[in-house]
Every structure is written in structure tokens, then in C-alpha cells.
Write a protein that binds this ligand. Structure first.
Ligand code: 4AD
Ligand code: MG
Length: 479
């Protein structure tokens, strides 16, 4: 008989039909007459209830049906007497596929802390929270491709190993095959990268944008969706050393078009989650409310599903960096000295506390900030006429702060080279990038969505380490 997944069985109306189901035991309880087994196979947040008549089965076999064991059950579908499920399986045959010694199995049928589960990330897929997060993550990956594909964007794989620093922030992991204990040196005592694998110094990419721009300059509208790596020593709940980023890049788009696309994209993803992941979202919502029970009312976040619907229903608020600074400077927390980083005035880089104040307290909806001072943004952003600000845009979300960073790009060759020189970006090594400005240059724009930041928003999870299967952070590369 073919195996049927739990997700299909619990929706089935074929009472009396025989099914074969396989999965992992969450719990077994019962009495001397009957055993109730909660079985999960990862296809849904819901467990399937298996009812086993104790008389029908060998005592030793039933004893092996413990939390964590994998089993196969053949049985008939029955309406369930118990609350919590419509149907159950009345077991006719039962096999233990893999035993699980509960005395040493780390996952007990009780609530574990997220911190503990991070230490056993190899097993946490078997919990409700992480299986829900993983299914939502899959749905969001699928939705990203479906959104861009429906708009005629071409997906581009950009290199993971590169010699350039797209963001110019120097936060790169070096890639080398040189023997670090015996480095070849040039005459002036520097490492001789001519002897390295690629004949030059290389690193893991921080962004696929620069190559994405090249592709957009022929294909028109493209997007990348790949892993990116940043060696920034930020031990926060929103930073990973290895994260996934979606970067669309569009020829002939100016800043306004870029903002429109970013807003439409985020709303599409949120709506997709609401339309396709409701079972998991309901579970995650309840989890969040349970977690926040002890917080003061004003510190609690909005209920997850309501918050997602709220973002869908409202236009994002658009304003300039200067306007935001005025609001922040005059804000209560700034005047009362409650910000960790006080906002003194124009020119400061915004911290997450400032971004969240604007979104959560001041505007009470997502915000797109534009026209940042050139000093705090990357070299490739298009200069405004004031020569002080660049056509940047950051999308700020409740609970997260910056979820998207993007800009219109400098398409003028001379201005771009000037900016690269000012910011010590090696223009001579990036002729391939500058060529797009030499040959048929056009206005163009793009942005990057941090995929795990999106995941934080749609799952209501509080720590970015819990929305990627195997997080990479400073001092942590387990699994
Ligand atoms: O603002 P960022 O650095 O922009 C870029 O990399 C541009 N090249 C994007 C573009 O215009 N094509 O990063 C983009 C987004 C951020 O808004 C944030 O959501 C996410 O990537 N991000 C991180 N996510 C997790 N961990 C980190 N360390 C992150 N750094 C950035
Ligand atoms: Mg940014």
C-alpha cells in the first residue's frame, strides 16, 4: 500500500478507508485498554491520532512506541470521538521503524526554550515551532519566484566567490587555498595572491547586486536569490553571518518605481503566506502570544495575523531621511534620553531603535525612507542634485527595522568614477562594472530584501537564528 501523508489523511472524508501512514511519535498516552498515539510526519502542524487497541498488539511492540520513535501504521479512518481532531486512524497493523531511547532523547514532550533548541538544531525540525517555520520559509521561497516570474523577471545566479566588495564595507570572509602557516610573500612583504587559487585575493560575496546590474543591462529586469556572507561582528537578533538575499535589478526604473515594486513585492509575500500557510500562522501566532503573556501590554506586539493584514491594508509611508531626523530629534524618547544612540541631527546613521520608533510609535505602519546623506551609503547610489544626498531607499518594518535596502544607481560614468575614488573603491579593478556606464547606460534601480528578516516578520519569531535551519553567527558554525 502507498503511504499517505498526515496532511491528506486529516482532510480526508473517506471514513472506513484503509490508509498506511508513517511518521514520528510525538506522544503516546492511554490506559490498559487503548493507546492514543500522536503521529507527525512534517507535512502539517497537526498530529494524526492513532488509536491502538491494546489487546490487538504485542505488549513489547507497544512499549517501543515512544516519543521520538518512527513508526508505520495501517488502519482505517474513523470519525474522532476526542476533541481537537475530526478523524483518527484505528490501527490494524503497527511497525516500529526506528526505536528512540527516551532516556537520552533530548526532545521531551514538554516545552523547550528556543535557546535549548538552537543547541540541538539537528533535531528541532521535529518540533511544532520549527516545522511551522520551515514550511512557511518554503512557501516564501516559492512566492518570491512566483512574484518575479509572473512579472517577466529573469532569475540570475550570481557568483558566491568574488574578488569585489559590493557594499564597500570591508565585511568579507576571505576565500583562499593558500597555506596560512606558510604564506607566499611578495618582495615588499605582502601576501602574494598571484599564488592563490584564483590568482588574486577573493572572498565570499556580500551581495549579488553588481553582477545583477550587468544582467539587467541586457535582460531589462532580473532578480537574484542567493546566500550572502558578512563578517560583521553583530551579535543581534537580526544579524546573521550567512543569510539569503533577494535582489531585483531593473533597467529604466527610477527611485519611485523602485519603491512601488518593493511595496508590491512585500505585500505579495505577506498575502501569499496568509493565503497558503494559515494553519502554521495560527500556531505561530498562539506561540507568540504565549511568549508575550508576561510582557506589559504596551510592549506586546500586535497579533501576528492581524499585523500581517494591517500591513496589507495600508500604504507604506514615504518620507526623506531629513524629515525622519526632524521627527526623531523632537521625539519623546530622544528628549528623555531613552535612545541608546541619541539623535543629535542630520548625518547620523539610523539605528534599529530609531527605525522601530518611526514605524511602531510615530507612523504606526511600514515606512520607506529616501535620500540619505551620501556619507552613510554605498558608492553605487545615484547622487541627488544637492550633491549631498543619494537616491537611497530603506524599507522599515515593525519589529524588524530595516527589511529592504536599495537605491537608484549612478548611471553616469564620470560621477560614478568620482564617487568610487572618493570612497576608495578600486575603480581600476572594476572596469567590467563601469563598462555598463560606458556602453548604452540607462537609469536603473534595485533593492535587496533580507530573506530571514522577512521570515521574522511573517512568523513572529523574535530571533533570526530561529528562522534559518542552521544559523551562522560569530563563534557559531555548528552542524
Ligand atoms: O542594505 P544592504 O546591505 O543592501 C545591499 O546589500 C544592496 N546590495 C541591496 C541592493 O540594493 N541590491 O542589505 C540588504 C538587506 C537589508 O535590508 C537586510 O534586510 C538584509 O539585507 N541584511 C541582513 N540580514 C541578515 N543578517 C545580516 N547581517 C544582514 N545584513 C543585511
Ligand atoms: Mg542597508
Amino acid at each position: 500500500m502507498r503511504r499517505t501523508k498526515v496532511s491528506d489523511i486529516i482532510k480526508s472524508e473517506e471514513i472506513g478507508k484503509e490508509f498506511l501512514v508513517k511518521g514520528w511519535v510525538r506522544t503516546r498516552r492511554g490506559n490498559k485498554n487503548v493507546s492514543f498515539i500522536a503521529l507527525n510526519d512534517g507535512s502539517t502542524i497537526h498530529n494524526l491520532q492513532i488509536v491502538a487497541d491494546v489487546e490487538k498488539f504485542d505488549e513489547e511492540l507497544l512499549r517501543r512506541v515512544t516519543t521520538g520513535a518512527s513508526i508505520a501504521v495501517t488502519g482505517t479512518l474513523n470519525p474522532s470521538q476526542g476533541s481537537g481532531q475530526q478523524v483518527e486512524i484505528l490501527a490494524q497493523a503497527l511497525d516500529v521503524i526506528g526505536d528512540c531511547d527516551v532516556n537520552v532523547y533530548p526532545l521531551q514532550p514538554k516545552k523547550h526554550s528556543l535557546e535549548f533548541l538552537r543547541e540541538i538544531a539537528h533535531l528541532r525540525f521535529r518540533t511544532n515551532t520549527f516545522s511551522a517555520v520551515a514550511r512557511v520559509r518554503h512557501a516564501m521561497i516559492f512566492a518570491v519566484h512566483s512574484f518575479f516570474s509572473s512579472k517577466g523577471f529573469v532569475n540570475i545566479h550570481t557568483p558566491i566567490i568574488t574578488a569585489s566588495d559590493a557594499e564597500g564595507a570591508g565585511e568579507m570572509f576571505q576565500v583562499t587555498t593558500l597555506d596560512l602557516n606558510n604564506l607566499p610573500k611578495t618582495d615588499d612583504g605582502k601576501v602574494n595572491y598571484a599564488n592563490d587559487f584564483f590568482g588574486k585575493s577573493t572572498n565570499l560575496t556580500v551581495s549579488g547586486q553588481l553582477e545583477g546590474e550587468l544582467a539587467a543591462m541586457g535582460l531589462g529586469e532580473i532578480y537574484t536569490f542567493g546566500p550572502t556572507f558578512r563578517a560583521e561582528n553583530s551579535n543581534t537578533t537580526r544579524h546573521l553571518a550567512e543569510f539569503w538575499m533577494i535582489e531585483p535589478e531593473m533597467a529604466f526604473y527610477e527611485l519611485e518605481d523602485n519603491m512601488d515594486l518593493a511595496e508590491e513585492f512585500l505585500k505579495y509575500l505577506i498575502k501569499y503566506a496568509l493565503d497558503n500557510c494559515m494553519d502554521d500562522l495560527k500556531f505561530l501566532s498562539a506561540r507568540l502570544q504565549e511568549e508575550e503573556k508576561n510582557k506589559k501590554a504596551e510592549d506586546r506586539s500586535m497579533e501576528l495575523i492581524e499585523k500581517m493584514q494591517f500591513v496589507l491594508a495600508n500604504d507604506f509611508c514615504r518620507l526623506t531621511y531629513s524629515e525622519a531626523i526632524e521627527i526623531l530629534k523632537n521625539s519623546k524618547p530622544n528628549k528623555k534620553g531613552q535612545f541608546k544612540y541619541p539623535v543629535e541631527g542630520y548625518g547620523v546613521d539610523l539605528q534599529s531603535e530609531h527605525e522601530r520608533y518611526l514605524v511602531e510609535k510615530h507612523f504606526k505602519k511600514p515606512v520607506i525612507l529616501t535620500n540619505y546623506p551620501k556619507e552613510i551609503k554605498a558608492f553605487y547610489m545615484k547622487m541627488n542634485q544637492d550633491e549631498k544626498t543619494v537616491r537611497a531607499m530603506d524599507v522599515l518594518f515593525p519589529q524588524i527595522g530595516e527589511i529592504i535596502g536599495g537605491s537608484q544607481r549612478e548611471e553616469n560614468y564620470d560621477k560614478l568614477v568620482k564617487r568610487m575614488n572618493e570612497m576608495n573603491v578600486p575603480a581600476e579593478q572594476m572596469s567590467w562594472y563601469l563598462d555598463t556606464r560606458r556602453f548604452g547606460t540607462v537609469p536603473h534601480s534595485g533593492f535587496g530584501l533580507g530573506f530571514e528578516r522577512l521570515m521574522l516578520f511573517v512568523t513572529g519569531m523574535g530571533n533570526i537564528r530561529d528562522v534559518i535551519p542552521f544559523p551562522r553567527t560569530p563563534n557559531n558554525a555548528e552542524f
